[in-house]
Ligand binder design. Structure first.
Ligand SMILES: Cc1cc2nc3c(=O)[nH]c(=O)nc-3n(C[C@H](O)[C@H](O)[C@H](O)COP(=O)(O)O)c2cc1C
Length: 333
């Protein structure tokens, strides 16, 4: 289950990685998840149009540092030649290149990119061929099961990916039409795994360490990508390792939560200064402050906070909660 994973020329220490999350997997969050044990993290998806037309301004989105490696760069676009040019531009900025073929949001599919590509397998083939010829970076694609429920193009797209030279494929087994509703159909992962010889990574509904082990066991996938399960709980990476090695795991205390909010805030401050840092950390406090008495009051307080001092008042309050050693529940206070 948990073991090293080879994707082309890249050898990962283990096969549990942080998924790309637009608006979230910026440098500060990636550093936090890496410290908790993620073996690979991705940039937020980067527009190929932006890269090709605006160049250096968009390249700034790829800012990284030595503690932030290995780094996967995720691109979205729909024109093979633009994607190939973008692939050449980002060489050296990361250790792996991923093409987004799963994003369901209208702004992206309206341009023909993301999951809209699942309606055009021939275009997918042309994109992979062009990008493969343009770069030696390990190349992956991330897809959904299909555009409509039941069209299940993932099998055809998986075969194309392997044939055209992808080094691995990630499947989030929901159709585009489902967006994030219903349950991910993990049987698609088992099916894809049985068809391909390149590594298959699974994504979808990995909210707890137990879910992660179950996905490995039920699908035989080579690796997993944790997404929403890391929001407010980057410890999920540590907890999974603990669960795998000992059969149990511990939950983060309120002290750890308060400390991590401050650390996350400081990372934001050093990237973007106080105003943006406070705005960004509020979103994360909404996730970190869950499942302990007084959590909803903390979240309300965060909504109104406008300075680092006000956030620190909240973290002090979290530390004062009597629940610092008790088990967390999924039910909120
Ligand atoms: C807020 C949010 C942003 C996301 N952004 C991206 C993205 O930029 N690129 C991508 O390939 N997937 C993106 N995803 C999809 C996730 O990587 C993942 O495949 C999906 O959430 C299913 O996993 P989960 O059910 O464990 O969260 C996003 C998901 C969410 C919830």
């Amino acid at each position: 289950m948990l073991k090293p994973l080879t994707i082309g020329s890249l050898v990962l220490k283990h096969n549990v990685v942080l998924a790309p999350l637009a608006g979230i997997t910026n440098l500060p969050f990636r550093l936090i998840c890496r410290e908790a044990g993620a073996s690979l993290a991705f940039t937020e998806m980067v527009s190929v149009n932006g890269l090709v037309r605006e160049g250096t301004k968009t390249l700034a989105l790829l800012k990284s540092c030595s503690d932030d490696r290995p780094l996967g760069i995720q691109l979205f676009g729909d024109k093979p030649s633009d994607l190939a040019e973008a692939a050449r531009m980002v060489e050296g900025y990361g250790e792996l290149l991923d093409i987004n073929m799963g994003c369901p949001v209208r702004k992206v599919v309206g341009t023909g990119a993301g999951s809209a590509l699942l309606q055009e397998p021939l275009k997918i083939a042309a994109i992979i061929r062009a990008v493969r010829a343009a770069t030696k970076m390990p190349l992956t694609i991330k897809i959904r099961s299909g555009w409509h429920c039941g069209d299940n193009v993932f099998k055809e797209v998986g075969r194309i990916a392997e044939l055209e030279g992808c080094d691995a494929i990630t499947l989030h087994p929901r159709s585009r039409s489902l967006m994030f509703t219903g349950e991910a159909d993990w049987s698609h992962l088992a099916e894809l795994k049985s068809l391909l010889s390149i590594p298959v990574l699974g994504s979808g509904d990995l909210f707890t360490p137990e879910d992660c082990l179950r996905m490995f066991a039920e699908t035989g996938c080579d690796g997993i990508m944790i997404a929403r399960g890391a929001l407010g709980n980057p410890w999920i990476f540590t907890q999974l390792k603990e669960l795998y090695n000992t059969g149990g795991h511990t939950l983060a205390t309120t002290f750890q939560r308060a400390d991590l909010i401050e650390k996350h805030l400081n990372l934001f401050v050093s990237e973007w200064g106080e105003t943006i840092a406070v705005r960004e950390i509020k979103k994360h406090i909404g996730w970190y402050a869950k499942g302990f008495p007084g959590a909803s009051e903390i979240r309300r307080g965060a909504n109104h906070a406008a300075s680092i001092d006000e956030i620190t008042t909240l973290t002090d309050k979290i530390r004062q909660t009597t629940a610092s050693q008790v088990h967390f529940s999924n039910a909120d206070d």
